[in-house]
Design a binder for this molecule. Structure first.
Ligand SMILES: [Zn+2]
Length: 126
């Protein structure tokens, strides 16, 4: 009997069904593509994403549906998604100074991410 892993799986399936009311993207699509349908998605899925990432961080044995990348890279990926959305909205709102700052942060995080991924076996399709 291992009720924990079973409930964890069903929680993940439930999360996958969750939709953004704004653009209709499912959490499943978001996880698969690592990209948001609209800036609102970050708000909609934030509650799901944060504990998920903390869970990845704490887990060493159970991989399950979580993509195979280092916990550090996952956290950086999450930050990148957030920053890219901020970048897009700052450009849309013509806040170019903010956009430039955000772009610098993205560059730094991308560097850190590739270093984090290089430390592990990296098998990214792209
Ligand atoms: Zn959306």
């Amino acid at each position: 009997m291992d009720p924990d892993s079973e409930s964890e799986a069903s929680i993940l399936e439930e999360l996958d069904q969750k939709l953004c009311p704004n653009c209709g993207i499912a959490f499943k699509e978001f996880r698969a593509q690592g990209r948001l349908g609209c800036p609102h998605d970050y708000v909609v899925f934030e509650d799901e994403l944060l504990p998920l990432l903390e869970n990845i961080h704490g887990e060493t044995t159970h991989v399950g549906k979580v993509p195979k990348r280092s916990p550090q890279a996952s956290q950086l990926q999450f930050q990148l998604i957030k920053l890219r959305n901020e970048l897009r909205s700052s450009v849309e709102e013509e806040r170019y100074e903010d956009a430039a700052r955000i772009r610098d942060s993205i560059r730094r995080i991308e560097e850190a991410k590739s270093k984090a991924e290089a430390g592990h076996a990296s098998n990214e399709p792209d």
